[in-house]
Design a protein around this ligand. Structure first.
Ligand code: NAD
Length: 330
């Protein structure tokens, strides 16, 4: 019997994992709580631990996991900035899910753009109340507009194909441009200057931190729509709010937010939310916020469960998958 402690478990996580372990000797205990220094003792007696981006695998947490005899850390996500890799090195093997559905994220980006532009979120509420007025619902044709895509990896390329289907002109920027994509690569200044819609699909690194800041916004076209389905800190939120107040930014669609940490994925309805910046953003009529849900499709959840359990099987068979193993120097 291999006992797996599954932290920050949500209702939508369980079906895929339960299906995946059916008929095997793996037993999963789902904990609603997040893994951190206060909750790590729950992992005592387990052979493996499974975590998400919202869990904190700091050095003291790793110390405890090793002390309890935990053999493997399974990340059911792509990112690992929440894990102290140095503390794990040589003591606690880590595996991740590098990709689960780039389509899910790219399609969500387009869903947000269509919603904010054509005001379907407002029309839905109006017609539910038998209010059939059209005042204030006008949008613009996407056809013929210029979309700037920053980061042309798996998700950015799919988003480009979707935009192509709408008849949009596509500009691209990537640190490592790939000519085989056939995309029209330009430099950052040009993409900021020429885009009617700007969509972020690059990872968060030291270089990309606040890639959309006050200086970038100052170059943008009046009325630009900004889409961020990548990582919150790619955008300087205070600068974004100023840009909206100055009417330079016409709309913003945010699936991620710099300070999303303790808020996103949880139900705070009925609470007073302390984050004034987020409250300000949500109160703006031309801002659409979703809580890091771009990945949330049946296909992505199925792939996450399958890859995580494949990682466990390969590890236990003594043949860990080098493609999914997280190493300090890679
Ligand atoms: P990917 O690795 O396939 O592509 C990332 C691209 O960004 C690459 O082409 C890379 O060359 C480029 N890049 C790297 N550094 C750059 C820089 N300094 N400037 C410009 N481009 C740079 O990744 P992906 O699967 O397409 O995912 C993109 C991002 O989407 C991820 O980093 C993650 O932050 C985000 N994401 C969000 C969700 C969600 O639910 N909202 C889910 C999955 C991924």
């Amino acid at each position: 019997m291999f006992k797996l402690a599954f932290f920050d478990a949500k209702s939508y996580d369980k079906p895929g994992f339960d299906r995946g372990i059916a008929g095997t000797d793996v037993k999963i205990k789902y904990f609603d709580t997040r893994l951190n220094e206060d909750t790590v003792s729950l992992a005592r007696g387990f052979n493996g631990v499974c975590v998400f981006v919202s869990d904190t695998v700091s050095a003291p947490v790793v110390e405890k996991l090793v002390e309890y005899g935990v053999q493997v850390l399974l990340l059911r996500c792509a990112g690992f900035n929440n894990v102290d890799l140095a503390a794990c090195e040589g003591r606690l093997p880590i595996f991740r899910v590098p990709a689960y559905s780039p389509y899910a994220v790219a399609e969500h980006a387009m869903a947000m753009l269509l919603t904010i532009n054509r005001r379907t979120h407002k029309a839905y509420i109006r017609t539910k109340d038998f209010n059939f007025s059209l005042a204030g619902l006008e949008g613009f044709d996407l056809h013929g507009k210029t979309v700037g895509i920053i980061g042309t990896g798996k998700i950015g390329r799919i988003f480009a194909r979707i935009c192509n289907g709408f008849g949009m002109e596509i500009l691209a920027y990537d640190k490592f441009p790939d000519a085989s994509t056939g995309l029209n690569y330009v430099n950052l200044d040009e993409i900021f200057r020429r885009s009617d819609i700007l969509s972020l699909h690059c990872p968060l690194t030291e270089e990309t931190f606040h890639i959309v800041d006050a200086a970038a916004i100052a170059q943008m076209k009046k009325g630009v729509t900004i889409l961020n389905t990548s990582r919150g800190a790619l955008v300087d939120t205070d600068a974004l709010i100023e840009g909206i107040k100055e009417r330079r930014i016409g709309a913003a669609c945010l699936d991620v937010y710099e300070e999303e940490g303790d808020l996103f994925y949880e139900d705070y309805s009925g609470h007073i939310v302390e984050d004034d910046t987020l409250v300000r953003l949500i109160a703006m009529p031309n801002v659409l916020v979703t809580s890091h849900q771009a990945f949330l499709t049946q296909e992505a959840l199925g792939n996450i469960a399958q890859t995580t359990l494949d990682n466990l099987r390969a590890f236990r068979a003594g043949a860990p998958n080098p493609q999914t193993q997280v190493c300090l120097n890679r």
